[in-house]
Design a binder for this molecule. Sequence first.
Ligand code: ADE
Length: 234
Amino acid sequence: MKMIFDVITLFPELIEGYCELGVVGRAHQKGSIETRCWNPRQYTTDIHHTVDDRPYGGGPGMVMKYQPLKDAFDEIKETRAARGFRIYLSPRGRLLDQQLVQTLSEQSHIVLLCGRYEGVDERIIDSEIDLELSIGDYVLSGGELAANVVIDSVARLLPDVLSNHESFEQDSFSNGLLDCPHYTRPEEINGMRVPDVLLSGNHKNIAKWRTERSIADTQERRPDLWEKLNLHTK
Ligand code: ADE
């Protein structure tokens, strides 16, 4: 079944450019996903096509107006004959992790709302949004990069998007651990050698080495992940 991403954005090019290339581009060509952008500016009614306004209470920055966003949601719903699972990208949202990506990949229709400026009128979130989502504790100039992150991380989990040799089972986080290091030819570069075990042809030992490195690297680099994994498996 094809997964649909509708993206409400003032900068469709930022989504379209990303979605043409690489794994996500291939997912489109294969028909595994469909992405369509909806520009709030097209739902403005004044001659200046105003999408934002000054915040009540004063202060810097502008706020995206309710009505063009509401009309975009309504047109998406009419066009698709379905509401879709609606996400607002914002640093105030729930932090995205691989487990949430996995859950989102079970949806068939996701609507991503990208904010610009200081954000959107809170009433659009209160009345239209199912999930407010952050991709990390830092501030972007808009939600478009975050929307691309959602599309990319979800699309690669869908059936037939990755080929066998790209399979996501070995990705970092898919088992709660960081991925192990990887090497390719030549065997030696400036005195740096590929670990002997990887050249040994002994697949049992190779698998053991990879698991041990994953565990050691996770303990050292991400004690928070290691802790979480131990809590879940206890
Ligand atoms: N928009 C601005 N910053 C963001 C973030 N960290 N995550 C998601 N959307 C955002």
